[in-house]
Ligand binder design. Sequence first.
Ligand code: CA
Length: 222
Amino acid sequence: MELKILIVEDEKQIASFIKMELEHEGYLTIISPDGRDALEQVKNNAFDAILLDIMLPYINGIEVCKRIREFSQVPIIMLTAKDDISDKVIGLDSGANDYITKPFDVEELFARIRVATRTLNMNQSKSLECSGISMNLDTHQVVCNKKIINLTKKEFDLLEQLLLNTNIVMSRDRLLQKVWNYDYFGDSNVVDVTIKHLRIKLDDTENKIITTVRGYGYVIRK
Ligand code: CA
């Protein structure tokens, strides 16, 4: 399987050098020239890893990394311009998996990409699929009818519970416990509200994907 790498780098020469080297090594690559474009790319495409420069036009790499982490666990390797410890620390704090200092040796870059994507390869089966929905538990990417869906953490966790328990009606209390992690007595409105948002995002206006069991809870049937 060919791995797809996003190269976020505004210096054209460096970007095309990395692209050439990676493609020679058998990776598929896409170059993104700035932070704003990078976020769009990540929202709309499935990547196996991201090489992320820090100094970028519009939105810097640290901020891009933080925003990606709001919806995806895709491996991110920061490209730091100088051997600056604070850049590395901030990069890792913002959710990057690794960093590499420019100028770097391509062999070292390959090695870091292999490490960053290894977990991904070992857990290929860690995805849930049903009713046209595919949910990758590593990258947190959700695809519904071939469209990438961006979910909040609670929406993701809730959908995960329903897909882990297909054909089992999940009561509101049980979903509260599993997703919100507390015993909740009283109003379980938060479950209904989150389900409503999920249905809108999944384009499930007729409640065909997530079925309501009146007075009890919800179920996804196979
Ligand atoms: Ca740069």
